[in-house]
Design a protein around this ligand. Structure first.
Ligand SMILES: Nc1ncnc2c1ncn2[C@@H]1O[C@H](COP(=O)(O)OP(=O)(O)OP(=O)(O)O)[C@@H](O)[C@H]1O
Ligand SMILES: [Mg+2]
Length: 1015
């Protein structure tokens, strides 16, 4: 086969195709393995990876699965510009990238409202955690956010350094190895903005707290604290700076890391804790626990005078007790004795030296493990979805990120590898189920007959591990609980009894010849979907029991350190029921995880590491082959390639290849399906090579596509394509393709949408929307709006309405309660006075106050008389006698149900709102007003004539409180008011130079109101 014109032959059978890649970029190998001609060949697969890796192309697809090879060096492909490049671009149109996968998941979530999950797997050091951080950063940078969301995004991002400090460690394989599995769900609101998050953690490797293999370290936080903590802090925690002084830190003989600075990371972690919202006191408590664990490790035992086990390092024990907030003697007792309950009676038995050591280690592991869980919970509280969003009913969509250990095959595999590999077995089951499901759904949606795919169903292995009563986990649990002498060997025997003969299970005893030679006597072998793994049973029972003596738990329950007492609940000690065993706990957690993942649309990132030396540029083929096998990548490819290798939407296919057929070039005006059909007939596709669905073409073999692509490449000079993939401006092709349809479109622009004007109208619409986006009004008062083309008038009106509504909603949300109250009053004032009274513009322009009288200005006796009727508003007024119009200064006080006129210490008149018949004011700028009261009511003294400097404010408040907004009369020339016994009085109003209230002609009151400029 040709490869840039050359024949390429790798390992005899392998032939690499595809120099004419589907895009102009990355013409190295195939960028999607489904286009690999010989898709059954592992060698071809690896060769493709190798070639791309050699060119710094670390990403390749298998359909929608992203395969990533750790470059072990910084590549310049993660910048903000790169993020922009991938934003909103179709997955296949651009070179493979983690951003493309992130963006596709994000858009699917937004447009289809479907929850997504991105599952990242691979062995230690392959780049899972780096990948998950890149995805998270992509969302943090590209998603729409506001101030609250920015804080939330920060917290989500900052959770990484914290979790890494407490949950990562240097191992032989990775300087920053995650020693726990992590699922992080990020919630997005209906606008696609991140609004919350939730983290689930799995299987922290607690044994690392007390033991590390040679060349490995304990969790980073211990070293960070010793290196980065200031002298005062270390003194408070009774710590010395040298890690060599702590026996929990010397096992691996590796106190320092060359690749990272513990001191710098310490600062990062402390800052992150504060961003996430940890209080200083909490951080102190947390660090006390870390220090407490170190002192616990240094607590040693010896033999007392009577041969009993006792603590020989009092200082450390005292420090442990102090730091963990427990009683020192109770702790000492609990570390050297065991409390048993037999037949309802409690018995205390002393521990021997080894038992005391393992009780101490068990305590260290439990304290650290539970503190880690507390930490995750605490982060969860900080990034939790806000209540109001949760209850808003608008619903959130989720993108979950799963960063979990891949298949692990070490030289000695133990309980941990068993759990990890079981987890991968479950993930594979889910992968097959979901991949097949989505393939099937796509075929159905496109109306193409489903072709059955042969694949290995690993249910048989999952059952072997997890089945009730029969499976390995059940057997292990039974063996842990069984009375009498049990040990790892008896567990192995039990397995042989129950599972002997199972096609995926074998032991040394059950095996024959060759297999037996490859197995130890203490091992059982599982034939996983990915390959065989031998597990050594030593330690299985202890690790599954994960026992912490009850008396130690009791001591911890009483801790003064809130984190410790939170982690060791009293109920746990009271509860006589045995807690779930470790493997069962893990199994149950895994079931829940499968449920979470199964309800989402999956995407996959499969990470590979190219060499064990963590070096850039080295591609170790043996190592890669091993990972390709254990990640099941060939099976991935086989399932994906089972039907059709390639599928594209009609428009994309036609758009790309239309130059190859005279009938489709430069434009096809009929149905898209007919266009594609015409094109492929012209190209001579045979019936078995392709199928047309409802909206996509499915091509069975890559070579069909390559030939087509080659033809296109050959045609390009003819159609004038320049090096960027765009036709050159001045060339003939460009004129034909763009300018002519434009001119034609202009001529036909008033016709209905038709082939002649479609390009032009689309362009006009597009330009309008683009212009609109830039020129959207920024406030509700801004009434400008770009003029739409005729075809978009209705859409433009709808958009205007939506935009206005949106701005109004945003504005209202921002309004504080105080301001809201003010606005409601101003609206009422406008309803009453606008355009009717001269002083309205000034009156409404000022802030309405809660009261015009200070509290001390209202007489105490008056307040007491009013009792429970609180004064809501008070203002100085002048009351005019209705006969002689003598002015008298008064206070008018408004309560919720009535108003009173007060003369210094005395309430002179009470005006019930219920009885108030109306309020009259003039249309001029004066402050006169009349409260009309019923004549016939003897209790009320008749109409009241008043003057107030704040008449707009006062009358508005009074009318609102009394619910009499519609009873305010505005009189242009005069107001008539009732004097006792049917007599009436009149106030005349005229404009003048200054305010004057005096007796006028015919016994009327004359009010001269000053002219105001605004009229
Ligand atoms: N895309 C990348 N670009 C540059 N370096 C990378 C990339 N991915 C991984 N690395 C390097 O590889 C190291 C290991 O990666 P990472 O910690 O993500 O592995 P992992 O798969 O999470 O391993 P473990 O299972 O042990 O946690 C990183 O510390 C980093 O140095
Ligand atoms: Mg990791």
């Amino acid at each position: 086969m040709r490869y840039q014109g050359r024949e390429v032959d790798v390992e005899g059978r392998v032939r690499l195709v595809m120099e004419s890649a589907l895009t102009a970029r990355d013409r190295v190998g195939v960028q999607d393995f489904v286009l690999l001609e010989n898709y059954n060949s592992e060698a071809a697969f690896i060769e493709n990876l190798r070639r791309r890796f050699g060119e710094g192309l670390i990403y390749t697809y298998i359909g929608s699965v992203l395969v990533s090879v750790n470059p072990y060096k910084e590549l310049e492909i993660y910048s903000k510009q790169q993020m922009e490049r991938y934003r909103g671009v179709s997955f296949y149109e651009i070179s493979p990238h983690i951003y493309a996968l992130s963006d596709t998941a994000y858009r699917a979530m937004r447009t289809e409202r479907k929850d997504q999950c991105i599952m990242i797997s691979g062995e230690s050091g392959a780049g899972k955690t780096e990948a998950s951080k890149k995805i998270l950063l992509y969302y943090a940078v590209t998603c729409p956010i506001n101030a609250h969301m920015a804080t939330l995004g920060d917290r989500l991002l900052q959770s990484n350094p914290v979790l890494e400090a407490f949950g990562n460690a240097k191992t032989f394989r990775n300087d920053n190895s995650s020693r726990f599995g992590k699922y992080m769900g990020v919630q997005f609101d209906f606008r696609g903005a991140p609004v919350g998050g939730h983290i689930l953690n799995y299987l922290l490797e607690k044994s690392r707290v007390v033991h590390q293999n040679h060349g490995e370290r304990n969790f980073h936080i211990f070293y960070q604290l010793l290196d980065g903590g200031d002298d005062n802090l270390l003194t408070t925690l009774a710590l010395q700076r040298n890690p060599q002084n702590y026996s929990y830190l010397v096992k691996g003989n590796c106190p320092r890391l060359s690749s990272v600075s513990d001191k710098n990371n310490w600062k990062v972690v402390m800052k992150a804790l504060s961003v996430i919202g940890f209080a200083e006191e909490e951080v102190q408590k947390l660090l006390s626990i870390i220090a407490g664990v170190l002192h616990l490790g240094n607590t040693q035992f010896g033999e007392g005078e009577e041969g009993e086990t006792c603590i020989t390092t009092e200082t450390h024990a005292t420090n442990v007790a102090k730091l963990l907030g427990v009683d020192v003697s109770a702790l000492g007792e609990a570390l050297t004795h065991k409390k048993l309950t037999a037949k309802g009676e409690e018995m205390i038995t002393p521990l021997n030296f080894e038992q005391a050591m393992s009780a101490r280690d068990a305590l260290a592991k439990a304290v650290y493990g539970r503190t880690f869980t507390w930490l995750v919970e605490k982060i969860n509280q900080s990034v939790a979805l806000q209540e109001e969003i949760y209850h808003s009913g608008k619903g959130c969509s989720v993108i979950g990120l799963l960063d979990i250990y891949g298949f692990e095959v070490l030289q000695h595999n133990s309980f941990e590898q068993f759990c990890i590999n079981y987890c991968n077995e479950k993930l594979q089951q889910l992968f097959i189920e979901l991949t097949l499901r989505s393939e099937q759904e796509e075929y159905e949606a496109e109306g193409i007959a489903w072709e059955t795919v042969q694949y290995f169903d690993n249910k048989i292995i999952c059952d072997l591990i997890e089945e009730k009563h029969k499976g390995i986990i059940s057997t292990l649990d039974e063996e842990c609980l069984r009375p009498g002498e049990t040990c790892d060997a008896s567990f192995l025997e039990k397995l042989e009894d129950t599972l002997g003969g199972h096609p995926h299970f074998v032991t040394h005893k059950l095996a024959n010849g060759k297999t037996r030679k490859a197995m130890g006597r203490e091992e059982f072998r599982l034939l996983h979907y990915a390959g065989e793994v031998n597990y050594n049973v030593n330690g299985f029972l202890d690790k599954n029991n994960d026992l912490l003596n009850r008396n130690l738990k009791e001591v911890m329950c009483q801790s003064h350190n809130q984190i410790v007492s939170y982690c060791f609940r009293r109920e746990e000690v009271m509860d006589q029921k045995r807690p779930e065993m470790a493997a069962t706990q893990f199994k149950n957690n895994l079931m829940k995880l499968m449920e979470i993942l199964g309800s989402k649309e999956p995407s996959y990132v499969r990470c590979l590491k190219p060499n064990d030396a963590k070096q850039p540029g080295r591609f170790d083929e043996v190592l890669i082959r091993h990972q390709v096998k254990y990640l099941g990548l060939m099976e991935n490819l086989r399932v994906r390639r089972a039907g059709f290798a390639y599928r594209r939407r009609f428009e994309a296919f036609l758009q790309r290849y239309k130059p190859l057929c005279p009938e489709t070039w430069p434009n096809w005006h009929g149905r898209l399906a007919d266009g594609v059909s015409t094109l492929v007939n012209h190209l001579g596709y045979k019936a078995e090579e392709y199928k047309l669905g409802r909206s996509k073409i499915f091509i069975r073999f890559p070579k069909t596509l390559f030939t087509t692509e080659d033809a296109l490449q050959a045609k390009k000079p003819e159609i004038g394509e320049c090096k960027n993939g765009f036709p050159e401006w001045r060339c003939k092709g460009r004129l034909l393709v763009i300018i002519l349809p434009f001119i034609k479109g202009f001529i036909y622009r008033h016709e209905d949408y038709c082939p002649e004007n479609e390009y032009f109208l689309d362009h006009v619409r597009y330009s309008f929307l683009k212009n609109l986006r830039k020129n959207l009004p920024r406030s509700v008062l801004d009434k400008t709006w770009p003029t739409p083309p005729p075809s978009l008038v209705e859409a433009s009106e709808n958009l205007w309405r939506m935009h206005m509504r949106n701005m109004v909603v945003k504005y209202c949300k921002r309004v504080q309660p105080e301001w809201r109250k003010q606005m409601i009053q101003k609206v009422a004032a406008s309803e009453i006075f606008k355009d009717q009274k001269d002083s309205y513009p000034q009156g409404v322009g000022r802030l309405f106050l809660d009261s015009r009288l200070e509290r001390e200005q209202i007489n105490l006796k008056v307040v007491q008389t009013l009792g429970s009727d609180k004064v809501q508003y008070g203002v100085p007024v002048v009351k005019y006698d209705r006969r002689g119009f003598k002015p008298r200064p008064r206070q008018l006080l408004l309560t919720n149900t009535f108003a009173v006129l007060v003369d210094k210490t005395k309430i002179k008149q009470r005006i019930d709102y219920a009885a108030l018949r109306g309020i009259s004011v003039s249309s001029l700028s004066d402050g006169m007003f009349v409260l009309h009261m019923p004549n016939e009511d003897n209790k009320q003294k008749g109409d009241v004539v008043l003057h107030c400097d704040h008449v707009i404010e006062l009358v508005t408040k009074l009318a609102m409180m009394a619910s009499k907004v519609n009873y305010v009369n505005i009189n242009p020339g005069s107001i008539t008011f009732a004097v006792a016994r049917g007599k009436e009085g009149i106030i005349d109003f005229v404009r003048g130079s200054e305010l004057k209230v005096a007796k006028g002609k015919r016994g009327h009151l004359l009010v001269i109101a000053p002219q105001i400029n605004n009229i």
